[in-house]
Design a protein around this ligand. Sequence first.
Ligand SMILES: [Zn+2]
Length: 171
Amino acid sequence: MTLQTTIKAAQEIGVSERYAIMRRLAFLQPQIKEKEREIRLSTKELGQNEDPLERALLSARIKEVKSELHPLKRESTLLLKHINGKKEPETNNAITDEMIEHARQHPITRIVAFTSGRKTTCCPFHKDSNPSMSLYENHVHCFVCNRSWDPISAMMDSEKVSFRDAVLALQ
Ligand SMILES: [Zn+2]
């Protein structure tokens, strides 16, 4: 998908460009992380494996994942450049208390995924294989990280954005 596709979709649906881009990034970034992880693991295994057939298969797989990763990273970079390079008019720069309050009301389960009806999930902020994160009111708490997040801080940590950008993205 291209940057233009995302912008066009945002216009058609009537949401802000920034919101559409943040959503698209939220979709792309876990896939990028997963592919980078697979490349790291396969490369490590390649360094330890002496079986010629397995080595050939691993090399082929690494090449394949790299070719899948490339367009995802390219799109993600373009999206980030687009939102970071875009200077908004001064009037749009201020965040009001109402906007912060509105962002806090954003359902946190749209940022941290929970299986429907479940109150616990694996924490996305540390390597978690046993569900350590629980949902209460519109907050999440991880017993391993020993930390709570509201929708704004969850957005900041999952998208690596500033407080201001998180509030704007949650409007
Ligand atoms: Zn955690």
